[in-house]
Design a protein around this ligand. Structure first.
Ligand code: THU
Length: 146
């Protein structure tokens, strides 16, 4: 049940495509920087999220956290396997969009950092992939508090 891993190229393309499909849903009237994320969980399910900004700026949320919280709200026992991220000014994707530090920390909560794959994509065929451990070395996580 909870043993789905990111194995095939199909998984990667599928995850990136889901993020691409949703970028028009980003609500970013202040920064105009649109971000969309799709997360693959260990039960094989995929959840999406976009950034949602707010007139009171700090109340907004990033796409990655929106997707992860959506996933955990459905099943808190599932682990995070992979995250695909796309983003760009006015929704035009010109660069690889790296996750912010807060989102990296939230990812850290829901899986082994060496096993979580972060895919920063321009398209389904042009992407960079790193582990969360590489993006957030020597991190603090839930096992410190048990
Ligand atoms: N943003 C994300 O949604 N994810 C990231 O990884 C980087 C930043 C959002 C937050 C804000 O709505 C906008 O991009 C500009 O910072």
């Amino acid at each position: 049940m909870y043993n789905y891993t990111l194995t095939t190229d199909f998984d990667r393309k599928n995850l990136i495509q889901k993020a691409l499909d949703n970028i028009s849903h980003a609500y970013a009237p202040y920064s105009h920087f649109h971000v969309s994320a799709a997360v693959l969980m260990s039960d094989g399910k995929v959840y999406t999220g976009v950034n949602v900004e707010n007139a009171s700026y700090p109340a907004g949320i990033c796409a990655e956290r929106n997707a992860i919280f959506h996933a955990i709200a459905q099943d808190k026992a599932a682990k995070l396997v992979a995250v695909a991220i796309v983003g760009g000014a006015d929704g035009k994707i010109q660069d690889y969009c790296a996750p912010c530090g807060v989102c990296r920390q939230v990812m850290r909560e829901f899986g082994n950092p060496q096993e979580i794959t972060v895919i920063m994509a321009k398209s389904t065929t042009d992407y960079q992939e790193m582990t969360l451990g590489e993006l957030l070395p020597m991190s603090f996580g839930p096992e410190f508090l048990t």
